[in-house]
Design a binder for this molecule. Structure first.
Ligand code: SF4
Length: 113
């Protein structure tokens, strides 16, 4: 039995997941059950970070993945961000890196620059 806090919404339900049957208890809504099952089988996270930007009013630009990526790929994605430089002007939501590290997720800008 694996115990965890659901992070899908601020309510923070305490979940228990049976690792053999994937039965979830303690969830208040179906999203919690899905989160609990995914945490046991393939945990995913949206990655946030920043990249260098040329020609902007700040030297760094906040970015994030447009969808969650497997948790064990987070360091690969962060390394890709470290080696990338955006060029201003950049629009919020603009794709900066497609299919980052082959995860299927794109890196998008979190703000205008
Ligand atoms: S189980 Fe549902 S209500 Fe509870 S924290 Fe998760 S998303 Fe929120």
């Amino acid at each position: 039995m694996k115990e965890m806090i659901c992070i899908v919404c601020p309510r923070g339900c305490r979940l228990r997941v049976d690792e053999s049957t994937l039965e979830v208890t303690g969830n208040t809504c179906p999203r919690g059950a899905e989160y609990g099952r995914n945490e046991v089988t393939c945990p995913m996270r949206t990655v946030t970070g920043s990249v260098a930007v040329k020609g902007g009013v700040h030297p760094m630009l906040a970015v994030r993945t447009d969808r969650p990526v497997p948790k064990d790929r987070i360091f690969d994605v962060m390394a890709a961000l470290h080696g990338f430089t955006a060029v201003s002007p950049v629009k919020r939501g603009e794709t900066l890196i497609k299919n980052v590290c082959g995860t299927g997720a794109d890196i998008i800008a979190s703000r205008d620059m």
